[in-house]
Design a protein around this ligand. Structure first.
Ligand code: ADP
Ligand code: ZN
Ligand code: ZN
Length: 671
């Protein structure tokens, strides 16, 4: 036997350093590892799992500096070149090292030192007989516009991005499912990826998919799976056994060797953007992935993001429209504005809204009251000296949670008992100021003691499974009045709901954030869309102090088209996205001055023709958890120019060796 020649593995590791590291592999059994396999290596005195991105005959690293890789996870088939290119693109575009993108995208159990979990999952999966009958069951008859949309998506070849613009209740889900049926029938091994913005929306859709495709394996990927489940589902996708993968944004980085169609439901939803670590947009990566694989992708929404709308207007995306509700006799609800200057609210509710709720109770129909503010009251105060419950660690207030008898900061999670008396003057009469969902719940229960009132928000659904249980209760008709935050606004198909009351939307009208009105509009249209889905006439009542505001006018007329066109025009004139590309450099420090100083240095450290760098400013919420935060906005009308600048800039910033913690976000949503 001839002596085996060692080879050299280039391995990406999850560290902030922008580098791939070389390791030696002895090749004792003559087997060379493959690119895309995982390997166990020692790195910075620890053992970690890295990703092999290159296998070479030589290395530039001096032999005495080279370590041997400890093991290769050969039981796992390699991640494909396409998947590596996807991770590579994301790393490049969002200006992060490859290892920091690729490895956290894998299930945790793949990144641990032992292979026990992997072996167990592989064994389990091998025993699972993947059903192999793509025939759909119980296909309802589509209406003409649904059919046209389903055919356009299901029959598309090559990279074909479509915007499915369909009013709430127009049956977009059915369009996705029938497009899926066409793809599954045509592509013997084809896989489909379906993304939803919220974990709470997966069970409803999962049920629909399983009922429709009983002979096809479905895998779900979202954050509430146990690590064991996540591993199993991820592997089912990676091995091509799962033909449909349904997940939240993190699923965009799953390994899907036979991907043939991508569906992004509620594509406008800000939840597609990851807000920490690698701040990626799953929607944008999905479009790239579809382009990379030359496959169709459909982005669905009743209120598309202006970015996607812009692409549809310019012809880059094909626009498919559903103008009517799908259920027979179901029409969009009537939207009315209640002028709060005339009809003064008591307990947060105007007389008209209370009367409307009472009417629903008498008829045995459901009402939904929407208030995007959890807790009992956003703040408590002392009326004699003016003290208010501020968080000691943040530029924000301690929110009163009365059922839990606590004050809570929603930003740093600081908690305390409700003080008995004012910390400044000793006054015992501390008053809640303003209104959150808990207070509205209390008021309604007092007003309608017989009614079954249910509150759904992040506080009421902390326990695993409790959100699902709450939604099921609503679907079973065991709730008369539902109070909720944005958690209830999205996607749910409540059949008996005929009234939506919107309590306090005005604050967003005057936000500094130029995206606030786009968001408010989408949110109002979405929550309004929960009413009247089963053909019973229904209404939406919006309580406002500004009934003349054009945004509300557009909501009353369900007029997304004009509203979007007007917003786009404004954005073009003001040179804002999507006509401009942005990146945001954030800095965090013990003191604001340090953060600003770093950002000033960052602003001046590099020539930047064609790029606008604004002045550093404190973030709106400057202090969170005793850390001060500032930001620097970088803009360019050219995406390639911005990308080229960022690449160089990041290198320069690393060299500044400042103790300030900084991070860069490309295409930021919150500025
Ligand atoms: P969207 O996602 O567009 O808001 P959904 O997909 O939730 O709407 O559909 C709304 C309702 O219409 C659902 O109850 C669905 O079962 C029903 N539906 C969809 N398509 C049809 C159809 N062709 N005929 C009858 N009902 C339909
Ligand atoms: Zn006081
Ligand atoms: Zn705080």
């Amino acid at each position: 036997m001839n002596n085996p020649r060692p080879c050299y593995l280039q391995i990406a590791i999850d560290t902030p350093l922008n580098a791939v590291f070389d390791y030696r592999w002895p090749c004792e059994d003559d087997q060379r590892p493959h690119v895309g396999q995982l390997a166990l290596v020692s790195f910075a005195r620890r053992e970690v799992v890295g990703l092999i991105v290159g296998v070479a005959d030589t290395s530039d690293v001096p032999v005495d500096k080279l370590k041997d890789a400890l093991a290769v996870r050969s039981q796992l088939s390699p991640l494909s070149a396409k998947w590596l290119a996807l991770a590579g693109f994301a790393a490049d575009y969002y200006q992060r090292p490859l290892g920091e993108v690729a490895l956290p995208g894998l299930p945790k159990n793949l990144r641990v030192l032992t292979t026990v979990a992997l072996d167990r999952a592989l064994k389990k999966l091998a025993k699972l007989d993947a059903p192999h009958d793509p025939a759909p069951a119980n296909m309802p008859v589509l209406n003409a516009s649904q059919q046209a949309a389903a055919d356009a998506i299901g029959g598309a070849q090559g990279f074909t991005p479509s915007l499915l613009y369909g009013v709430t209740g127009s049956g977009k889900t059915e369009v996705y499912l029938q497009a899926c049926a066409q793809v599954l029938a045509r592509e013997p091994e084809g896989q489909i990826l379906i993304l939803v913005p919220e974990i709470n929306l997966t069970p409803q859709l999962e049920g629909n998919i399983r009922a429709r495709f009983p002979g096809v394996m479905l895998a779900t990927l979202h954050s509430s799976l146990s690590e064991g489940e996540r591993m199993l589902h991820w592997l089912a996708a990676h091995q091509g056994k799962a033909r449909i993968v349904l997940g939240t944004r993190l699923a965009i980085l799953s390994s899907l060797p036979h991907l043939k169609l991508i569906v992004i439901d509620e594509e406008h939803d800000p939840s597609y953007k990851q807000q920490e670590g690698l701040r990626y947009s799953a929607r944008d990566l999905a479009v790239w992935r579809a382009w990379q694989l030359q496959i169709p992708i459909v982005l669905g929404s009743a209120t598309p993001s202006l970015e996607s709308w812009h692409h549809a207007q310019s012809g880059r995306y094909r626009k498919l429209e559903l103008r009517e509700r799908a259920v027979q006799n179901a029409v969009l609800p009537t939207v009315k504005l209640i002028d709060m200057e005339r009809d003064k609210p008591a307990d947060g509710l105007t007389a008209q809204l209370i009367a409307a709720v009472r009417q629903r109770l008498e008829r045995g129909e459901q009402s939904l009251l929407f208030l995007n503010r959890r807790g009992y009251a956003p703040v408590i105060c002392c009326e004699s000296c003016g003290w208010i419950s501020e968080c000691t660690r943040c530029t924000s207030f301690m929110v009163l949670h009365r059922p839990e008898h606590r004050l809570r900061c929603h930003h740093c999670s600081l908690e305390m008992r409700i003080p008995r008396h004012c910390p400044t003057c000793g006054n015992v009469d501390l008053q809640p100021l303003g209104r959150g969902t808990q207070r509205v719940e209390e008021g309604l229960q007092a007003m309608f003691p017989q009614a079954r009132v249910l509150r759904i928000d992040a506080d009421s659904t902390r326990k695993k499974g409790s959100a699902q249980e709450a939604f099921d209760t609503v679907h079973r008709g065991e709730v008369d009045i539902l109070i909720g935050t944005q958690m209830v606004a999205k996607g749910h198909d409540f059949k008996k709901l005929t009234l939506v009351g919107i309590l306090n939307p005005d604050t967003a009208l005057f936000s500094q954030d130029y995206r606030a009105s786009e968001r408010l509009f989408a949110q109002l249209m979405q929550v309004a869309g929960r009413a009247g889905r089963a053909g019973i006439p229904s209404e939406v009542l919006i309580q406002t102090r500004y009934p003349q505001h054009p945004l509300y006018g557009a909501v009353v007329h369900h007029d997304y088209d004009h509203f979007a066109s007007a917003l786009l025009e404004e954005r073009e004139q003001a040179a804002l996205p999507p006509y401009l590309f942005q990146a945001l450099l954030r800095a965090e420090a013990r003191e604001l001055a340090m953060a600003i100083e770093f950002l000033t240095m960052a602003r001046d450290c590099l020539e930047h023709p064609g790029i606008t760098i604004n002045d550093p400013i404190p973030m709106t919420m400057t202090r969170v958890h005793n850390v001060d935060r500032a930001q620097l906005l970088v803009e360019s009308p050219s995406r390639p120019a911005l990308q080229a600048f960022l690449k160089e800039w990041v290198l320069t910033l690393r060299d500044l060796k400042s103790r300030v913690k900084w991070s860069l976000e490309v295409d930021p949503l919150d500025i």
